[in-house]
Design a protein around this ligand. Structure first.
Ligand SMILES: Cc1cc2nc3c(=O)[nH]c(=O)nc-3n(C[C@H](O)[C@H](O)[C@H](O)COP(=O)(O)OP(=O)(O)OC[C@H]3O[C@@H](n4cnc5c(N)ncnc54)[C@H](O)[C@@H]3O)c2cc1C
Length: 375
């Protein structure tokens, strides 16, 4: 099912409605949105980006971004879980077995990335964790610091040092592998339902055949296969969050007013100007996302730069736009009655997820100066 197929938008709208209905509870209780993810898997959208030859939708990043954007407006936690699934699915599509690809294409497995580590923190390209070969098995030891869907994913795309100690390798790690221990609970500021918990590996044994790509080829896969998906879809989530905040803010200022003046909040020029700034920031992000997708689809020379820019720009714009929403809606936003404070909190995660905004600014500057990004 790609974006051209007739049932893409009806299925997406139905999924978004399910996600919107549960979003407040997911956020308030910090619980994994099980019903939303079940609906995602049953809708066929979980296999959207897998190739048609293995039963997937044959869709690309344009379609995946549309899904994440729509979900971001409804439930940021669900959009985050879906983002990590599409990132991991890209690795499966490129390097997984046909059996695994078919399973993901059919929506039969939720996937995620286990990259960040307690030791190297946001520098995901430099794992401290190890993979040791013992006959036909690989023994993993690691302290992963943040894994979205840690307690819910069927398997992780897992980074470690290569078995030789030279470079990075990626592995397919089923969550139920003995020695793999996800931490419990995620009590975050925003995206409170995304179950982003630490995961430990203590002598966890997986088949050597679970290597994805070559031993030591993991960094290339991270940068060429995962990074464009992650930065674009993070930006799509930020855009969805901005749209959600904008529509709630407009609803508030046009429905609430000063009885003694006979005016709505929208009668105030300052309110309208702040609203205009929200709209402009939102549309700038929308335009940059469209430009990034166009660059990716045509392999344009500016693609690498756009892939770095889009997450930095969208993440920062979302924090600014949702801050404006809080100011516009006043005390009503400080309480939960307008719903904009959930978007305000959700928006903040995008700037600290690696590559963080500050790392991206450094990478962009390095690229502009012709310097090595990771020197
Ligand atoms: C909601 C959420 C979900 C997540 N899900 C996943 C997941 O599914 N899988 C996964 O692998 N990880 C995940 N992460 C982890 C994420 O990608 C980062 O690794 C993590 O947020 C970094 O936090 P830290 O405290 O270790 O940051 P630190 O590395 O301690 O950074 C602290 C500060 O230093 C800055 N900084 C660090 N290095 C540089 C640099 N070179 N240049 C300039 N500034 C720099 C950072 O920008 C930041 O402001 C998730 C994080 C969040 C918040």
């Amino acid at each position: 099912m790609d974006q051209q197929s007739q049932d893409f938008y009806p299925k997406l709208e139905a999924l978004a409605a399910t996600a919107a209905a549960g979003a407040v509870t997911v956020d308030a209780d910090g619980i994994f949105p099980t019903a939303h993810i079940q609906a995602f898997q049953e809708s066929g959208l979980a296999g959207l980006t897998m190739a048609a030859v293995v039963g997937g939708g044959g869709g690309g990043l344009r379609q995946a971004a549309a899904v994440v954007q729509r979900l971001g407006a409804a439930c940021g936690s669900t959009a985050m879980i879906v983002t990590m699934h599409y990132c991991a699915a890209a690795v499966v599509e490129a390097h997984g077995s046909e059996e695994l690809r078919r399973r993901v294409a059919a929506g039969g497995a939720l996937t995620t990335l286990a990259f960040s580590e307690a030791g190297s923190r946001s520098h995901f390209w430099a794992p401290i964790s190890t993979a040791r070969r013992e006959g036909d098995a690989i023994v993993l030891d690691a302290a992963k610091s943040w894994v979205t869907s840690a307690n819910e994913a069927d398997f992780y795309i897992w980074s470690s040092q290569a078995t030789t100690g030279e470079g990075v390798s990626l592995w397919l790690v089923p969550r139920n592998t003995p020695g793999i221990v996800p931490g419990s609970g995620f009590d975050g500021l925003g995206l409170r339902g995304n179950d982003s918990a630490p995961v430990k590996a203590a002598g966890a044994r997986i088949p050597a055949a679970n290597l994805l790509g070559g031993d030591g080829a993991g960094a290339d896969i991270m940068l060429s296969t995962v990074l464009p998906v992650f930065t674009l879809l993070s930006a799509a989530n930020a855009l969805g969050i901005m749209e959600g905040a904008l529509s709630r803010t407009i609803a508030h200022v046009t429905a609430t007013g000063f009885a003694h003046l006979g005016q709505q909040l929208s009668a105030l020029p300052t309110i309208r100007a702040y609203l205009a700034r929200m709209q402009v920031k939102t549309d700038l992000v929308r335009a940059l996302i469209a430009d990034t997708i166009a660059a990716l689809e045509s392999s344009a020379p500016e693609t690498g730069l756009r892939v770095l820019e889009v997450k930095a720009a969208a993440g920062e714009a979302a924090t600014e736009a949702t801050e404006l929403a809080m100011r516009i809606c006043g005390g009503a936003a400080f309480r939960k009655e307008t719903g904009v404070e959930r978007h305000f909190r959700d928006a903040r995660a995008g700037t600290v997820m690696a590559p963080t905004t500050d790392q991206l600014y450094d990478f962009i500057g390095r690229a502009l100066c012709g310097l090595d990004l990771f020197a």
